[in-house]
Design a protein around this ligand. Structure first.
Ligand SMILES: *Cc1c(COP(=O)(O)O)cnc(C)c1O
Length: 392
């Protein structure tokens, strides 16, 4: 990674706002009950923000636990953490050979199959280091997790192998808390989870640490916090969905224009070149855009290879000189053309904002694509890791 923007050869760059991150952390903490821990979810390259860039500032902002999907991501967090006590938790993919690596490095990991539970016990004994495990329970998401019929047997196995295992948590994941359509499904899941915790208390003799909620569940079901909340999208300043925000605002007497979350990311490039096109001419490949008048267009060195989707053909917008410029013609692999006819004085080298603010205007990630609820997640994580990232 380049530390200095002027050393970068990349056609675009990402700015991360430390102030926004601090505000989001503060807001999330204000939603937590006393004693509830916040785990920062940094899978998908920290939702496109860049794990290695994101980590140190998040740690300095007081985050002491990070959740990832895979052993590969856990290794990046491990390499970049500054505080040795910072916790790392793998919520998804881990192979038997990676289990050994995780145990050696004190990395916590989810278990959802007896086979891997046995592997973890075996590896831990061999290493003479306890494996830090989280038991993921199936409560109705129907993806991964121990089935209800296995709970008692699994809990007993964990208790009987306490010399090799450190039970760090019992957990589950709610299926789609960002949509009210799933309200009853989640209530049912939570009821199942409560039952599991009662059983766990019986088997272990004390209540193990429990966690279940993501950002959306935290906002919509504040009573389901248990001992830890795993927050991703909100940390980066995005609501899981518009619905989650409206609902939160209503329940908390918040004006919808006073959004407590602040976008951490901005994505910027520059005008590569400009030219005038005569009325009646097609712009770019094929006959996708016909100039209805004499037009000035600017090329921007960003395309679908950088995560600027082809679905933005003739639809997307960027900001130049504080004004909106429409994408005209096809989004190419490395380039887009935008209409700057009415943006006086546009010239080569002008800053182009693809996501974020310029002047008073803003391109949100949602308006960047269609207004689909879950698009934020996808657009963000598609931003290539090769784009240099800087804190401002
Ligand atoms: C991604 C993920 C989260 C965080 O979800 P957000 O909606 O980004 O807050 C929490 N838990 C699990 C298991 C996840 O996979």
């Amino acid at each position: 990674m380049t530390d200095n923007l002027s050393d970068s050869l990349e056609p675009s760059y990402i700015e991360l706002s430390e102030e926004a991150l601090l505000q989001n952390i503060q807001f999330l903490k204000s939603c937590l009950k006393p004693g509830v821990k916040l785990s920062a979810v940094v899978k998908g390259n920290a939702y496109g923000h860049g794990i290695s860039t994101f980590m140190p500032i998040a740690e300095r902002a007081g985050i002491s636990h990070f959740s990832v999907f895979s052993a590969q991501e856990a290794r990046v967090v491990l390499t970049h953490r500054e505080n040795h006590d910072t916790g790392i938790m793998i919520m998804g993919m881990i192979r038997d050979r990676e289990v050994k690596w995780a145990i050696q490095n004190g990395v916590e990991f989810y278990l959802f199959e007896t086979e891997r539970l046995k592997a973890a016990i075996g590896q831990a004994r061999e290493l003479d280091i306890k494996a830090r495990i989280h038991l993921q329970l199936e409560t109705g998401m129907n993806r991964t997790g121990f089935e209800e019929s296995e709970w008692e047997e699994v809990f007993t196995m964990v208790r009987e192998n306490a010399d090799a295992l450190e039970l760090r948590g019992i957990c589950t994941h709610f299926a789609g808390a960002e949509s009210m359509a799933n309200y009853y499904r989640i209530l049912n899941q939570n009821r199942e989870f409560e039952e599991a915790l009662v059983l766990a208390e019986k088997v272990f003799g004390s209540k193990p640490l429990a966690h279940a909620s993501s950002s959306a569940a935290l906002m919509t079901f504040p009573d389901f916090q248990y001992d830890m909340v795993r927050a991703g999208i909100a940390l980066y300043g995005f609501w899981p969905s518009r619905e989650t925000f409206m609902n939160y605002a209503k329940s908390n007497g918040l004006e919808t224009q006073n959004d407590p979350l602040h976008r951490v990311i901005s994505w910027k490039s520059e005008v590569m070149s400009t030219k005038w096109v005569e009325e009646g001419e097609f712009i770019g490949y094929g006959n996708v855009y016909l100039a209805g008048r004499q037009m000035k267009i600017a090329t921007v060195p960003i395309g679908y290879t950088h995560g600027f989707g082809r679905n933005l053909t003739n639809t997307g917008f960027v900001l130049i000189r504080g004004e909106r410029a429409a994408v005209v013609g096809l989004v190419n692999m490395n380039m887009i053309t935008v209409d700057v006819t009415d943006i006086e004085g546009t010239t080569k080298g002008d800053e182009v904002v693809l996501i974020g603010y310029q002047g008073d205007d803003e391109i949100s990630v949602a308006s960047f694509g269609e207004m689909t609820n879950n698009l934020n997640y996808e657009v963000l994580t598609r931003l290539p890791s090769s784009i240099p990232r800087f804190w401002v």
